[in-house]
Design a protein around this ligand. Structure first.
Ligand code: ADP
Ligand code: MG
Length: 313
């Protein structure tokens, strides 16, 4: 009787938009009491948009954005794509804009053609590339400070705090070894995230938000969807550690994620759940994949597998 019931469960799972790697997976869902949710692309849409550009004194917004966008041109990260798209939206691909900055400030980037070489990215950190012969860095302010010894000047640190308190993710831009400005991107929770979190609580599961983003940003998003346990500023390697720490506390953990940076944590969790729109690495590391990019399916999956197991017993 067992294999039959499991097949019914997996068939129903497929109809609910849940792909189950193997029937054995259902067994591990029974004792799950904690659901760890990645923030970007899992709780939020991951479709970021550029909202603010704050240059250091003497530079224009245009210059800072143009160099950042050129450096991010090869980026697959949602933040990088938002910066490149924000630049395109402002018309910087139009040569007319390359002759000077709009506010008339002395322009180091005046002759920028946005020619980019030597691109590389550091997961959880940012990107570096050579743009018009200058080494440009775009990334987490802490990464620029730690890896490159380029800190935020006081005025920009204040601007960063203000933007983060509004839930925006802030990245710093530097070239030629000096900090040139900060950019902010916004990413909204998916419309179904708050009700999906409520559904997890109804099932007796404790939601935890886990992210490489900063605490202030993470807490704003968490408050919007009803999560109180927030673990922020976690580097990609630290995500699996965070799951292990919960397990060491006796929790049985499901992890839901979408990114390359989530793969190790997905594999470490008692149950790894990949978002349908997630990266191949996340899907490969998971036990379940949600067909739709919708957090509501997490509760459906756990409810279904519990019911299927009840049928077997
Ligand atoms: P999350 O855990 O929310 O999915 P990530 O681990 O992907 O976030 O990224 C953590 C932080 O690293 C970002 O908030 C950002 O500051 C920085 N970062 C990562 N990739 C980039 C990039 N391409 N451009 C700028 N900053 C980046
Ligand atoms: Mg993510």
């Amino acid at each position: 009787a067992t294999p039959m019931a499991l097949l019914v469960g997996t068939g129903r799972g497929a109809r609910l938009g849940i792909l189950i790697r193997g029937a054995h997976v259902l067994e591990s869902t029974r004792r799950i009491d904690t659901v760890v949710l990645d923030k970007t692309g899992t709780v939020t849409s991951g479709r970021m948009s550029l909202t603010d550009v704050v240059p250091v004194a003497g530079l224009s917004r245009d210059e800072v954005l143009r160099f950042a966008a050129a450096a991010e041109a090869g980026s697959e990260h949602p933040i990088g794509r938002a910066i490149a798209a924000g630049d395109a939206a402002l018309g910087h691909r139009d040569p007319a804009h390359l002759t000077g900055s709009r506010d008339g400030s002395d322009s180091v980037g005046r002759s920028s053609t946005g020619e980019t070489t030597d691109f590389s990215s550091e997961p959880g950190g940012g990107v570096q590339a050579v743009v018009d012969g200058r080494l440009v860095l775009v990334g987490r302010p802490g990464w620029l400070a730690d890896a490159w010894a380029i800190g935020l000047p006081d005025g920009l640190a204040l601007a960063r705090d203000e933007l983060e308190s509004r839930g925006r993710t802030v990245v710093a831009v530097a070239w030629d070894g000096a900090l040139r400005g900060i950019l902010a991107v916004a990413d909204e929770p998916k419309p179904t995230s708050a009700s999906a979190v409520a559904a997890l609580r109804d099932l007796g599961l404790e939601p935890v938000l886990l992210t490489g983003d900063r605490d202030a940003v993470a807490r704003t998003v968490a408050a919007e969807v009803g999560i109180t346990d927030v673990r922020a500023d976690v580097r990609p390697a630290g995500k699996a550690e965070a799951v292990r720490a919960l397990q060491a506390d006796g929790r049985v953990v499901a992890m839901v994620g979408d990114g390359v940076n989530d793969a190790a944590a997905l594999a470490t969790a008692d149950l790894g759940i990949a978002m349908g729109g997630g990266t191949d690495a996340a899907i490969a590391a998971s036990d379940l994949t949600l067909v739709r990019d919708d957090l509501a399916a997490v509760g459906d999956a756990l409810r279904l597998s519990r019911r299927t197991l009840a049928t077997i017993k």
